[in-house]
Design a protein around this ligand. Structure first.
Ligand code: PLP
Ligand code: COI
Length: 331
């Protein structure tokens, strides 16, 4: 199977913001955009994106999962980056139209069609270091995908870093610069301790990894950082917490310190997991901190993580009732 996110459909759908209005969305070849080398995005990083998925059900129907949440988050990211305001209804229709056009390419579960709405500032002005781009492009890429983590559901090794993933006020913005700022620590962690990911814990506060949220599961309780502007408000995080509440679990959204995490993690039966559209819910087997390795529970991932992942997949794949109205039928 090709690496996650390297295969694209031949067309995407695009709209341009120009003279204060959005153009009629149109289908274009996926490798076709042209950008001025002085485009705002290339110099001042006026860029944000989303990641959501479409799933194929056994009856052949194609459904997108929680599209409204991702569109709302892109609207918020755009606003926080001072990009032109997106038209949420138009973007939802763009997503539905392009997924419908490539419905035949949506893989069967456990695969899916990864959907990547992207919004970039295109105004050609290298003087606008401290001013917004008045022109932009909004396009939706499609990529048929399987598992994000090459090891499948193999428990991950996380290095706990006493540093932030990105600037504190930017964490809730899904913007390329945040990924760039996390890259060096992640590469170092891979080389030094064969970590799969870094868990960023500035000042001992457990936040998130480079591309997923972090959840600690201790018996009937699920603990994760309460929402603030410093990290990404994951749609999967929200979905898993909702499913946990449905199962009668106690959900604690609060600060979690590295000390508490390491102490709880070593108890038998404790579990930890990463949640994200790409990651789904992937078990964490080992935490590495200050030169020491801590096995999480059995180190093999646990039954609650597996059950919650299954509960989420069952809804996405049409095997369980969609009680919360998370799916929208495409065709
Ligand atoms: N945190 C970061 C930094 C991410 O890149 C992602 C992935 O989208 C998430 C968390 C999880 O967000 P979601 O569940 O909406 O995909
Ligand atoms: C996602 O889960 O959608 C992500 O954005 C993760 C990653 C592929 C950047």
């Amino acid at each position: 199977m090709a690496a996650f996110g390297t295969v694209f459909t031949p067309e995407m759908i695009i709209s341009h913001f120009h003279n204060n209005s959005w153009s009629q969305p149109e289908l274009v070849a996926t490798d076709s955009i042209s950008l001025h080398p002085g485009a705002h995005v290339l110099h001042y990083s006026s860029t944000c994106f989303e990641g959501l998925k479409a799933f194929r059900h056994a009856d052949g129907g194609i459904y997108v999962f929680r599209m409204d949440k991702n569109v709302a988050r892109l609207a918020q990211s755009s606003q926080l980056l001072a990009l032109p305001q997106i038209d949420g209804a138009m973007l939802q229709q763009m997503i539905l139209d392009i997924v419908k056009r490539y419905a035949a390419d949506v893989p069967n579960p456990p695969g899916s069609m990864y959907i990547r709405p992207t919004h970039i500032g295109t105004e050609a002005s290298i003087g606008k270091a401290a001013a917004p781009s008045l022109e932009s492009m909004l396009y939706v890429l499609l990529s048929p995908v399987g598992d994000y983590f090459a090891g499948g559901a193999k428990p991950l090794r996380l290095l706990l870093e006493d540093s932030a993933r990105c600037a504190a006020h930017m964490g809730m913005v899904k913007s390329g610069g945040n990924y760039a700022s996390a890259l060096q620590p992640i590469m170092k962690a891979r080389a030094a301790v064969q970590a799969d990911q870094v868990l960023f814990c500035p000042n001992g506060d457990v936040q998130e990894t480079g591309a997923a949220n972090f959840l600690l599961i201790d018996g009937n309780e699920i603990i994760t950082k309460a929402l603030d502007s410093s990290f990404l408000h994951g749609v999967t995080r929200d979905s898993i917490l909702t499913l946990a509440r449905d199962r009668g679990m106690k959900v604690s959204e609060r600060e979690l310190t590295v000390d508490e995490l390491l102490e709880r993690a070593q108890k038998p039966g404790t579990e930890a997991a990463l949640s994200g559209t790409a990651a789904v819910l992937t078990p964490v087997g080992t935490l590495i901190h200050a030169g020491k390795e801590y096995q999480v529970g059995s180190g093999q991932g646990g039954t609650t993580t597996a059950a919650l992942r299954q509960a989420l997949n069952d809804i996405q794949w049409g095997k369980a009732e969609d009680k919360h109205g998370w799916l929208v039928k495409v065709c």
